[in-house]
Design a protein around this ligand. Structure first.
Ligand code: PLA
Length: 458
């Protein structure tokens, strides 16, 4: 059989991607077909022919940049230095800088094993016991909104997935509505609303001159937004600045949002992690609900229960009537079904077991205080180290004023690059460091790195 007839067989069978075929012929060699190379080889009396194609249908897809936060962990893994420190992602580590699985989580998982829990699909809205527990944890079990069945809760894929579901609800039922987000904010907020095709703009939040909250600017920008704007607020432990409004400032923010008929959308990713108290960290959300506002709240259990990889959280819509809550919930389910069908069960059961078992609940609170306490100790030690080493007179007290997992150091991109390139300290380029990834033992080293980067790099 002439090679031209083999080629004609090949031409019919070859897709643009690499493929192979076998024919009952004895043949061996190589031929060109357009931009592709055909290779023939004989094995056990059959000819197999492979077509290597060098023009991809994905040619027009450009390389994506690394994620500004999770990409930092990838770079950290590739660094072979013993001195390296990962202060990029907000993930809690022990003093030995090891990941930490809470004891209550292990106990809840043992309970699941002992009971022989199954792996059946959950309903679209998630595990009922989880949804009840999560709304109660957020609002307080005796909150009138819960008693009056005005809360629509749907289990989500952690904080991110819950925010994304909330964004999809806005896109579908509030066409043209805008979301106002703080400047700066957690980087993924912008991606979430962009992907959901919800327009957003920023309100002033951080004032670099005072290294504090630009409260006047924030209020002005919220007032200036058109009525019915969604205002994204960090429930506690603002990421990345670590600067929260005071209780009095929260009241004023609530007043302005209510007057303007805006809709508050809370991101609660750190409940219990900021102050060590679950109730205190939910005070902002509870204030808005008590004022009679309709509120959206995305929750996450990544940090406070250390369930990062379990992807467990919730989207709550607190409505003014039980009828509208029921309708909203039906639509959240409708949005979830084609996106991911139904949520994972494992983390939901852990949360339901921990919150629903009084002994485990108390133990969780103690463990959370321990984690929040370790971060506070590291924060203090870092401040002490920097202020005793730095003789320039710079005021570093902002480190102590900030709360939660992070410190917003004020280091610019070049200085942050120096932290990584010279000192092997991995952090985000906006100058944020995660204190949850720092140990007391490494504070002196980090202080040297910050002082060098701040004074010697412009
Ligand atoms: N909202 C805020 C404000 C966050 O900081 C984070 C996580 C989330 C939501 C979402 O977390 P989840 O989906 O795991 O529940 N921010 C981290 C991690 C801790 C990240 O970027 O994904 C951070 O390092 O900023």
């Amino acid at each position: 059989m002439a090679s031209s007839s083999v080629l004609s067989v090949a031409t019919q069978c070859v897709s643009r991607n690499a493929s192979s075929l076998s024919i009952n012929e004895t043949h061996k060699g190589k031929a060109k077909l357009g931009g592709s190379t055909l290779r023939f080889s004989k094995s056990s009396g059959r000819i197999s022919m492979t077509v290597a194609v060098n023009v991809s249908r994905f040619e027009a897809i450009p390389m994506a940049p690394p994620d500004p936060i999770l990409g930092v962990s990838e770079a950290f893994r590739a660094d072979t230095s013993d001195a390296k420190l990962n202060l990029g992602v907000g993930a809690y580590r022990t003093e030995e800088l090891q990941p930490y699985v809470l004891n209550v989580v292990k106990k809840a998982e043992n309970l699941m094993l002992e009971r022989g829990d199954n792996k059946e699909y959950l309903p679209i809205e998630g595990l009922a016991a989880f949804n009840k527990a999560t709304a109660e944890l957020l609002l307080g079990a005796d909150n009138p909104a819960i008693k009056e069945q005005r809360v629509a809760t749907v289990q989500g894929l952690s904080g991110t997935g819950s925010l994304r579901l909330g964004a999809a609800l806005i896109e579908r039922y509030f066409p043209g509505a805008k979301v106002l987000i703080s400047a700066p904010t957690w980087g993924n907020h912008k991606n979430i609303f962009n992907d959901a095709r919800v327009p957003w703009s920023e309100y002033r939040y951080y004032d670099p001159r005072t290294v504090g909250l630009d409260f006047e600017g924030m209020i002005e920008d919220i007032k200036a937004a058109p009525e019915g704007t969604f205002v994204l607020l960090h429930g506690c432990a603002h990421n990345p600045t670590g600067i929260d409004p005071t209780p009095e400032q929260w009241e004023k923010i609530a007043d302005v949002i209510q007057q303007k008929n805006h809709i508050p959308f809370f991101d609660v990713a750190y409940q219990g992690f900021a102050s060590g108290s679950l109730d205190e960290d939910a005070a902002s959300v509870r204030l808005f609900v008590a004022c009679g506002m309709e509120v959206l709240v995305a929750q996450s259990y990544s940090k406070n229960l250390g369930l990062y990889a379990e992807r467990i959280g919730a989207m709550n819509v607190i409505s003014s009537s039980s009828e509208s809550a029921t309708r909203v919930k039906s639509q959240l389910k409708r949005l979830a079904r084609p996106m991911y069908s139904n949520p994972p069960v494992h983390g939901a059961k852990i949360v339901a077991n921990v919150v629903g078992t009084p002994a485990l609940f108390d133990e969780w609170k103690a463990e959370m205080e321990m984690m929040a306490g370790r971060i506070k100790n590291v924060r203090q030690k870092l401040y002490d180290s920097i202020s005793s080493k730095d003789k320039s007179g710079k005021d570093w007290s902002f480190i102590l004023k900030q709360i939660g997992m992070f410190s917003y150091t004020g280091l610019n991109k070049n200085q942050s690059d120096n932290m990584t390139n010279k000192w092997h300290v991995y952090m985000t380029k906006d100058g944020r460091i995660s204190l949850a990834g720092l140990s007391l033992a490494k504070c002196e080293y980090l202080a040297d790195a910050i002082i060098d980067s701040f004074h010697n790099v412009s």
